[in-house]
Unconditional design. Structure first.
Length: 265
């Protein structure tokens, strides 16, 4: 295997290289499976049977080659260990072209759409978990505003367990996002510890966007002013906030509960 290929894969762990080369990494069986099921174009898949966890990998590789155009590149264990960014690799790592996921490219809103707006999220694990939770509740789309962490960070792909490829997603500025939602009649519900209303007491049915802020600083004044409804999550202990991914999960499953209840009426 050419050393240039190894160097490129390692280089793509960095955002600057991903932005420059317009490519990103997908590592892991479940992540690759969901990318293939979504029909994502793939440049190459590096694979090492010594790390396989089951017997389904050859069939997935064949699908990746036939349906996604991937070049299949076998490697030895030592080489794959250099390619992998995981503590426990499972022998599959793909290189894919970066997609232009813009807000105007999102699918037309469904009836009573539910959006997640993740603003200036810093930690890849939190953003990936938000995508995974959005998939779990059937959210319409995830909009990443003013991204500190890009959607194609390898750890976003990993934490999302491939649901990055199952939930419509876009990256946009906060101003463009607010305009896009307002033009489509989507109510915005922002989360802040200063809000006087508990999230369970607010109507989360209909066309709604749940807005979650930066882990350290929360939401800026533009989101906390105007016509945006504000809700909080009760904090009964010493801590004044919880992890943004946990906050997102609480709100999303409450929205799902309310919508199911409304559907039974």
């Amino acid at each position: 295997m050419q050393n240039a290929g190894v160097k490129r894969v390692v280089r793509l762990r960095r955002r600057r290289a991903r932005d420059r080369e317009r490519a990103f990494l997908i590592e892991g069986y479940r992540e690759l499976l969901r990318a293939v099921e979504a029909g994502l174009p793939l440049e190459a898949v590096y694979h090492c049977p010594a790390f396989y966890l089951g017997s389904n990998e050859p069939a997935l590789l064949d699908r990746a080659r036939r349906t996604c155009g991937a070049e299949l590149i076998p490697t030895g264990g030592a080489v794959f260990a250099k390619l992998s960014y995981r503590d426990r690799p499972d022998g599959l790592l793909a290189v894919a072209p970066t997609l232009d996921w813009t807000i105007d490219g999102l699918p037309a809103p469904t009836a009573d759409p539910l959006y997640v707006v993740a603003t200036a999220i810093e930690k890849p694990g939190n953003l990936g978990t938000l995508l995974r939770t959005a998939d779990a509740v059937g959210a319409t789309a995830v909009i990443v505003c003013d991204p500190v962490t890009d959607l194609f960070n390898p750890n976003v792909v990993r934490a999302s367990v491939g649901t990055l490829f199952t939930v419509p997603a876009a990256q946009a500025g906060a101003g463009a996002t607010r305009r896009w939602l307002a033009e489509r009649g989507v109510r915005t519900v922002v989360t802040t510890p200063a809000a006087g209303r508990c999230y369970t007491d607010h109507d989360l049915t209909g066309a709604v966007a749940l807005v979650l802020g930066n882990e350290q600083f929360g939401l800026d004044g533009a989101w906390l002013s105007g016509d945006h409804a504000a809700v909080s999550i009760p904090m009964l202990g010493r801590a004044d906030s919880i992890n943004v991914a946990m906050a997102g999960a609480a709100l999303l499953f409450e929205a799902l509960r309310q919508r199911r209840q409304a559907a039974r009426r």
